[in-house]
Design a protein around this ligand. Structure first.
Ligand code: ZN
Length: 121
């Protein structure tokens, strides 16, 4: 006769998806997605609208959850810590062409696609 372990506690499943970050928009979500992929971590974006052709991202989309396997959560968090540090150390920049404020990780103005002027060169 079998024992039914009905009261078995649910341990954290290594392959369940856990949310590690909520990106401000699809653009930031894709930056992080790229970082995770570089590190060999599979991730899932939730709340992201369908991307257009040529990898275009709907900028008006807000609040994108980034999920990774529970198994990879710790590794992913380390990458995020690193990402936040880089983000904080670099200032936002104002587009010289359209005066739009851009995040430091953006190399191109999100609004008019003017390339960021790097003063160090
Ligand atoms: Zn611009």
């Amino acid at each position: 006769m079998h024992k039914n372990n009905l009261n078995q506690p649910t341990t954290s499943e290594p392959f369940s998806w856990v949310r590690i970050y909520q990106a401000a928009n699809g653009l930031e979500a894709n930056i992080i997605k790229g970082l995770l992929h570089t590190a060999g971590i599979q991730c899932q974006l939730q709340g992201e609208l369908l991307q257009g052709a040529m990898g275009e991202i709907p900028f008006e989309q807000t609040g994108v959850d980034i999920l990774v396997y529970a198994l990879k959560e710790r590794h992913a968090q380390e990458i995020l810590v690193n990402y936040r540090q880089v983000k904080q150390s670099a200032p936002d920049w104002v587009c010289p062409s359209c005066s739009e404020l851009n995040g430091p990780t953006f190399e191109i103005c999100w609004s008019c696609r003017t390339v960021k002027n790097d003063e160090s060169e």
